[in-house]
Design a protein around this ligand. Structure first.
Ligand code: 26Q
Length: 815
């Protein structure tokens, strides 16, 4: 046997032995009687051992070299499953597959048993997960910090077409990837009062908090590609500090005795859904402060232990705030420096600004965080003082620069005075950071012009752009191994290490018909897999040769799933009007969750299901159109849907989607995009080429101009478009809701009176672009050429590129 084979065989034997050992001694099962889940656990634990070896080496090296560390603070990490990610990054996937086959265990079966770690809502949380993987790949010494929610994002069930939220209990069978660290814990204070003791120079402040909650660390190793380095994701769990009140328990007050415990532990009980406006505001603020304080205490302890000098903080630590959710870090870092370490205020401010950086992910006014000053004063009295002080110095410094414009001073203040006093977390994050970045070129430009226009004028160097990216390991190599194999064959093994540089070489081959054919073949296989998934999940049979037209993302008005549905109905009506025409067979695939309190979004889900039921049962269409709403969209489902998409819907109202990241995942896998000039679509267009994308509709400036004229009536567009008129008429009159004909009158009427999201305004342009899609589809040569060009043009959207930019331009790590 050649040496290579011998080594491979030895690795297989080693892996098999490790799995059997774990199964016996950690899971406590005999291979004869093990359930599939026991095998999953044993394999995960064995894999974790391999990780640990690299992890410890990495940690040791980090300490020894004293390199600058990056801390990524995020209330969300939308990770998904880790088994394949870890095996594949460690180069163990084939070894594991063969070792398990030898034990009669199918790795593809057991990997399905891993629950998704869904500690995030959508794009922002998934970006954090892609970044963790890229930082490990590039060898950036990084720590992720967040909350270990017991319940991640809710599970979506569709009952009679309506979304129902069910709790997701991802930890029920334990979590094989994490290490509980009971010895790493911090006390987090809430409430109470502040006293000041005069001394030499500035008085010292003492915060006598009333309630203490303990934060306990749970660590998950995150491996980079080829096991290059292994970083740590540290998530905090809340535990009650006090003991059980035994006297109350014994006196029969069983509930009262554990009340404190329940209140404390509620902090890490459940992920906050996006868009939740009113309810539970206080708990959300408790979550934010809890994880920020624990993380800062932890990193300060590490910094002092390693470097022993607070003045070195900006040189040795970079803290990135993922949106304003951790923005209280500005005040907390000041508190730790000034109150705990007696650093003079102005020096503390320099250190804070030098260490913190802030990423903004949205311009939507309703998503800009503000907190009532009253609530903050009650919960974090010292922080509120600090915020007032920062604000006073900030305003003073402007006056010193001879800036007295009242409007400007009002706009840049940390405190909003309009509807009761509120603290503006966006302004706090901006002032407390040396870098403020947007997530696409267009979004960054709009940040400069809108939400932060005044602060930008005062600090013109601070805002910068870092266009989002995705990790190709998960979104190409793992999600689409067949396409990956084809690309490797075409572009060489090196593609696996430098896809961001090498993918572009595919362009030269786009005219080779043999390649186009193979590209199309492998995509057909991906579509067949999706067909069987759809059959299993919702019992619908699809035509795998149809055009798969896909829109999967959170359901939100600005993302305009409604526009897609109007097109679906228009297509349906056209097909019914001309049943003998040879239409392009199409499958509309939608998936996504709506925030539980977002009624309009939930109604759109119901509409999708109503339309699906009507269309899928209409025999006159001869199966040329099908509509699928797949329940419970999550990372794992995305991995199965995206490789099978022919057309990617990225149709947000221009100016409203900060970046989007699924747009990149689809293009990478060879889908063509139909979309607006919004978010990162703009930059995709530059790199992919306008002849390979279908761009339509109003641009951000036009949207802005129309809105400035007052509410935009959809009526104008409707009366100019008989097709749109007919579509809305059908929906409004109950064609799709015969059981409740009035179900959609409100929805349609609101479009007529105020088409804020430009659904009607963009409808005709969208219809036209869809017609061009069909024309391209009818010409397979052109279609697959464009598909290849999409894949080839997407290399720049690797999160490795994004992280390199953050590392060099914001964090000052890497050359
Ligand atoms: C805020 C306050 C209270 C409760 C929840 C929230 C909250 C939670 C999550 C507000 C916003 C979010 C999530 C935002 C988000 O996912 N934004 C997306 O970020 C992506 C990564 O940059 C972009 O690609 C998307 O365009 C952007 O919508």
């Amino acid at each position: 046997m050649p040496q290579e084979h011998q080594e491979h065989a030895a690795r297989i034997a080693e892996f098999r032995d490790k799995v059997l050992y774990k199964l016996t001694y950690s899971v406590g099962k005999d291979p004869e009687h093990a359930f599939t889940h026991d095998w999953f656990e044993a394999v995960a634990l064995a894999t974790r051992d391999y990780l640990v070896d690299d992890w410890m080496g990495n940690t040791r090296r980090m300490y020894a070299s004293g390199t600058k560390r990056v801390y990524y603070l995020s209330l969300e990490f939308l990770i998904g499953r880790l088994l394949l990610d870890n095996l594949s990054n460690l180069g163990l996937l084939e070894v594991a597959r063969e070792a398990l086959a030898g034990l009669d265990v199918d790795i593809d079966q057991i990997r399905q048993l891993e629950p998704d770690a869904a500690l995030g809502n959508g794009g922002l949380g998934r970006l954090a997960a892609c970044f963790m993987e890229s930082m490990a790949t590039l060898g950036v010494a990084a720590h992720g910090y967040g909350i270990r929610y017991e319940h991640g994002l809710f599970r979506q069930a569709i009952v009679d077409g309506w979304q129902q939220e069910q709790t997701e209990s991802w930890l029920d069978f334990g979590n094989p990837w994490e290490f509980e660290r009971p010895e790493v814990s911090y006390l987090i204070g809430f409430g109470g009062s502040v006293s000041a003791i005069p001394g030499e120079g500035e008085p010292r402040h003492f915060w006598h908090w009333a309630e203490g909650v303990r934060a306990v660390a749970y660590d998950t190793p995150i491996a980079g590609w080829r096991g290059n380095s292994v970083n740590t994701l540290r998530l905090w769990r809340a535990r009650a500090e006090g003991e059980l009140h035994l006297e109350r328990f014994n006196a029969g007050d069983h509930v009262g005795a554990v009340e404190e415990e329940a209140r404390a532990e509620a902090i890490s009980r459940v992920l906050y859904p996006a868009d939740s406006t009113e309810a539970g505001q206080e708990l959300r603020l408790r979550q934010e402060y809890f994880f920020v304080s624990a993380s800062l205490q932890d990193l300060m302890r590490r910094h002092l232990k390693q470097h022993g000098d607070l003045d070195l903080l900006p040189q040795k630590a970079a803290i990135q705030l993922n949106d304003t959710h951790p923005a209280i870090a500005v005040a907390e870092l000041m508190r730790i420096l000034v109150d705990v370490h007696a650093v003079p205020w102005s020096r503390a401010w320099q250190l804070t600004v030098g260490t913190l950086a802030y990423t903004n992910h949205t311009l939507l006014p309703e998503a800009l965080e503000t907190w009532s000053a009253g609530l903050m004063e009650r919960m974090l009295p010292r922080h509120m003082q600090i915020i007032y002080l920062i604000n006073a110095e900030h305003i003073d410094s402007l006056r010193a620069r001879d800036i007295h414009d009242f409007e400007l001073l009002r706009a840049v203040s940390l405190i909003e005075e309009d509807q009761g006093r509120r603290v503006r977390m966006g302004n706090l994050a901006f002032l407390g950071s040396h870098s403020v970045n947007g997530v696409s070129a267009l979004h960054t430009e709009l940040m400069r012009k809108t939400v932060f226009s005044h602060l930008h004028a005062l600090y013109p160097q601070r805002i910068n752009s870092k266009t989002n990216g995705i990790t190709f390991r998960r979104w190409l190599f793992q999600a689409n191994p067949r396409l990956t194999a084809l690309l490797v064959e075409q572009l060489g093994e090196e593609l696996l290490d430098r896809p961001d540089e090498l993918l572009v070489n595919l362009r030269a081959d786009a005219d080779k018909s043999a390649l186009r054919k193979r590209f199309a073949e492998q995509r057909q296989l991906a579509k067949l897999s999706l067909c069987s998934l759809v059959q299993d999940r919702i019992g619908l049979q699809l035509d795998p040769s149809a055009l798969f037209d896909v829109q999967v993302k959170r359901i939100h008005e600005y993302k305009r799933q409604l526009l897609n549905l109007l097109h679906t109905v228009a297509l349906y009506q056209a097909m019914r009007d001309e049943p003998t025409t040879a239409w392009v067979p199409r499958v509309k695939i939608l998936a996504g969750k709506a925030a539980a309190s977002y009624q309009q979004a939930k109604l759109v889900i119901k509409l999708a299901n109503d339309i699906a039921r009507t269309i899928n049962h209409d025999p006159t269409l001869r199966g040329q159109l099908k509509v699928v709403f797949l329940p419970n969209y999550n990372v794992s489902l995305a991995e199965q849907i995206i490789p099978a998409a022919d057309l990617s819907e990225q149709i947000s109202t221009a100016g409203m989607e900060a970046s989007g990241t699924s747009n990149m995942k689809f293009a990478l896998n060879g889908a063509l995009t139909i979309g607006t000039l919004d978010g990162a679509n703009v930059e995709m267009l530059e790199r992919i080429g306008d002849e390979h994308m279908f761009i339509f509709g109003l641009n951000a400036r036009q949207v802005e101009m129309r809105r400035q004229e007052g509410p935009v009536a959809g009526e104008v567009a409707i009366s100019a478009s008989p097709r749109l008129h007919e579509v809305l008429q059908a929906i409004r009159s109950g064609v799709f809701s015969p059981d409740d004909p009035a179900r959609y009158t409100g929805l349609v009427d609101s479009l007529i009176w105020n088409d804020h999201f430009m659904v009607c305004a963009d409808f005709d342009a969208y219809w036209q672009a869809q017609a061009e899609v069909e024309e391209r589809w009818r010409d397979p040569r052109q279609w697959w050429r464009s598909a290849l060009m999409n894949c080839a043009g997407t290399g720049w959207f690797s999160s490795d590129r994004t992280i390199r930019e953050y590392a060099r331009e914001i964090w000052g790590v890497l050359e």
